[in-house]
Design a protein around this ligand. Structure first.
Ligand code: GDP
Length: 296
């Protein structure tokens, strides 16, 4: 239900407009193909992905005899992208399971960590958060509030401390206190892109020095309302760090939910979580079938 209401803005456009495409028509004609193409691009599925889908739909034209049928075919095509994604990293393969969380400021990194920590705690897992975004004092405060709310432990230093040192202390504390999961928050200031990537790479190296396979997960948080911009951010972070999973926030705030399809078709990275609201329950594991059902 939350997923459905969260995606209502996107669904309103896709569903209503597809229904309208068929008004007074029985077969798929060229005008309709053109309108559908525009519709998919408007929903932010991306030019490449839209072209791809359109080509395959064109081949099935004779099979499509109404809006319901068209939606069914679209669902099939979109699911095929989700099915082709690699398997995500298992949640609890290692102890502690170390998740480094990255993304530019404002995408919802702090809240995502808070929500994930809350979910884990609720399952009875012991969670520790390392506040390695030391660039903003406010970030340390905010993540501490989330940690407390989630019943998670926090490792923090003063602001402007060395982020890699915080990360090291975090993993050290997690090992000695027997934590199940460690979330390492990182900085996301964008105006010094090169320095930022070097800083995060240093955190990554420091974690693996203490625990050879860590970080087990490099989770990238993206903001769905930024549309295709999110895709360029993903490429940038992936090149520098090797992203193993994506959390896409704020899908409730946009009619451009097609960005989910764009991200899944153009990046070979599992989409693990989607955010459809500000509450803890609004961060959900991404379920391809439920998602396409909620979309149309
Ligand atoms: P950070 O700078 O990346 O750490 O971003 P924050 O975690 O502080 O989040 C920025 C804002 O986005 C906050 O007001 C969050 O409540 C909001 N936010 C995060 N995720 C979602 C979501 O899925 N839906 C909505 N509507 N808001 C969200």
């Amino acid at each position: 239900a939350r997923l459905k209401s969260g995606l209502s803005k996107t669904r309103r456009i896709l569903t209503t407009d597809i229904d309208e495409l068929f008004l007074g028509k029985k077969i798929v004609d060229d005008d309709m193909i053109e309108d559908l193409e525009e519709l998919l691009i408007t929903s932010d599925m991306g030019v490449q992905t839209t072209m791809d889908i359109m080509e395959r739909i064109s081949g099935k034209r004779s099979r499509i005899a109404g809006a319901g049928e068209l939606k069914r075919v679209l669902k099939e095509e979109i699911l095929a992208y989700f099915d082709a994604l690699p398997e995500p990293v298992p949640e609890a393969a290692a102890k502690p399971h170390v998740v480094m969380v990255v993304g530019v400021n404002g995408v919802g990194k702090t809240t995502t960590i808070g929500k994930l920590a809350a979910h884990e705690s609720k399952k009875g897992r012991k969670v520790l958060i390392a506040a390695a975004d030391t660039f903003r004092a406010a970030a340390i405060e905010q993540i501490s509030i989330w940690a407390e709310r989630a019943g998670a432990e926090i490792v923090r230093h003063k602001d402007n401390a060395d982020p890699a040192a915080v990360a090291y202390d975090g993993i050290e504390a997690a090992i000695s206190r027997g934590a199940d999961t460690v979330y390492v928050d990182t900085a996301g200031r964008l105006h010094t892109k090169v320095n930022l990537m070097e800083e995060i790479k240093k955190i990554q190296r420091t974690l693996s020095k203490r625990l050879p396979d860590a970080p087990h997960e490099v989770l990238l948080v993206l903001d769905a309302t930024t549309g295709q911009n999110a895709l360029s951010q993903a490429k940038m972070f992936n090149e520098a760090l090797g992203i193993t999973g994506i959390a896409l926030t704020k899908l409730d705030g946009t009619a451009k939910g097609g960005i989910v399809v764009s991200i899944c078709s153009e990046l070979n990275i599992p989409l693990k979580y989607i955010g459809v609201g500000e509450g803890v329950e609004d961060l959900q594991p991404f379920d391809p079938k439920q998602f396409v059902e909620a979309l149309f």
